[in-house]
Design a protein around this ligand. Structure first.
Ligand SMILES: [Zn+2]
Ligand SMILES: [Zn+2]
Ligand SMILES: [Zn+2]
Length: 359
């Protein structure tokens, strides 16, 4: 595909204070490509604490699926928590330097008994169960601990994505604050709702599915009207859609959202999760087809657990962000906060759609 060279700064439609530089000029690669790191694809490893038969090597199980019999998914405390509920007195705040106690819960979700399996190889039934475990564990922790304001569920898959354990797993961190990225999305989307009386995510999905854009041709000095359909759609199911964000920070970043407006992931039914599983499996197959053995982070953004969460019910829309790791952020990106994406999101979406999915 010989696409035109693009060099433009795109404003993130959800969080307008964030922007990304789309720069597809050849040789203009401010980021270094991530070295492909070999992944451990063995089915089972004798010394791995997450493999079946080694349950005694992990902290005691907090939850498992199925509830009885041989486990398919296991939730345990993270033995190396970044936040914990044991008492660790914080330093004295001095002047403008403020400290919040590192209180919280950090758990590991062992996704699958198979050590090196990739997500697109999971059955849809297993993926449905996995997202059900995320939901049920989040519900449990919110009920059990009134100090928790946000629970971030995420997955680091592969060394390139910071996965320290080779065995496929996800993590959950329950914290007493709302993290910055979630706060920005929640506040910005509420501001959008105030102005337009519509959810910005729903609006973006509507546009992605049937898009009409007006563009201005600077050289010709005239307005041009372009009609495009489904330009940003990567995959879609009955209830979920996978879209390539217009202002993607990462080359192969894809977001999955429920088509029907829903602010809280905890409200998703098993039936809905089954469709999410289908769209996720297909999306991961596409990413794998384009990137190779895809190593990635994904994370769930849902409405925070606050007294006034109801205020965001109409304006916020939960979603799963998948960020494949193919390049290392440069000093320019870290210093400016302006991410550089070297593949236009429109081309990336088109390439992902071309992958044939085995049923
Ligand atoms: Zn293992
Ligand atoms: Zn919405
Ligand atoms: Zn998000």
């Amino acid at each position: 595909m010989s696409a035109a060279i693009i060099r433009e700064i795109r404003i993130d439609p959800v969080v307008p204070t964030q922007s990304v530089l789309i720069s597809t000029a050849r040789g203009n690669r401010p980021r270094r490509d991530e070295q492909p790191v070999a992944r451990d694809m063995r089915g089972s490893v004798e010394t791995c604490p997450f493999c079946r038969g080694n349950e005694h090597l992990t902290p005691p199980v907090n939850m498992q699926a199925p509830a009885a019999g041989e486990w398919a998914i296991r939730v345990v405390k993270n033995p190396y928590p970044v936040l914990a509920d044991d008492f660790l007195p914080t330093g004295l705040p001095a002047g403008i330097q403020q400290v919040i106690e590192g209180y919280g819960h950090h758990e590991v979700i062992i996704d699958h008994p198979n050590h090196g399996i990739a997500l697109h190889q999971f059955t849809e039934r297993h993926l449905t169960t996995l997202f059900g475990v995320y939901r049920d564990r989040m519900r449990y922790l919110y009920d059990a601990d009134p100090r928790i304001r946000y629970i971030l569920v995420f997955k680091n898959f592969g060394k390139a994505a910071g996965g320290s354990m080779a065995h496929t797993h996800s993590q959950l961190i329950a914290m007493p604050i709302v993290p910055h990225n979630v706060h920005d999305e929640v506040e910005s989307s509420r501001e959008y709702y105030r102005r337009h009386h519509a959810c910005v995510f729903c609006t973006l999905m509507d546009e992605a599915m049937t898009m009409t854009t007006t563009s201005f041709d600077r050289r010709a000095g005239e307005r041009r009207l372009e009609y495009e359909t489904g330009r940003y759609i990567v995959d879609r199911g009955e209830k979920f859609v996978a879209v390539k964000p217009f202002a993607s920070r990462y080359e192969w970043e894809v977001h999955i959202l429920p088509v029907r407006h829903q602010s809280n992931f905890l409200a998703a039914t098993d039936d809905e999760l089954a469709d999410l599983a289908r769209v996720l499996r297909r999306t991961m197959t596409r990413l794998n087809g384009v990137v190779g053995d895809v190593q990635y982070n994904y994370f769930l953004h849902t409405v925070p657990h606050l007294k006034n969460s109801g205020d965001f019910a109409d304006s916020f829309h939960w979603h799963l962000e998948i960020c494949p790791r193919t390049s290392i952020p440069s000093g320019f990106e870290l210093g400016s906060g302006l991410f550089v994406n070297t593949i236009s999101p429109e081309d990336a979406a088109a390439r992902l759609r071309q992958i044939v999915i085995p049923e």
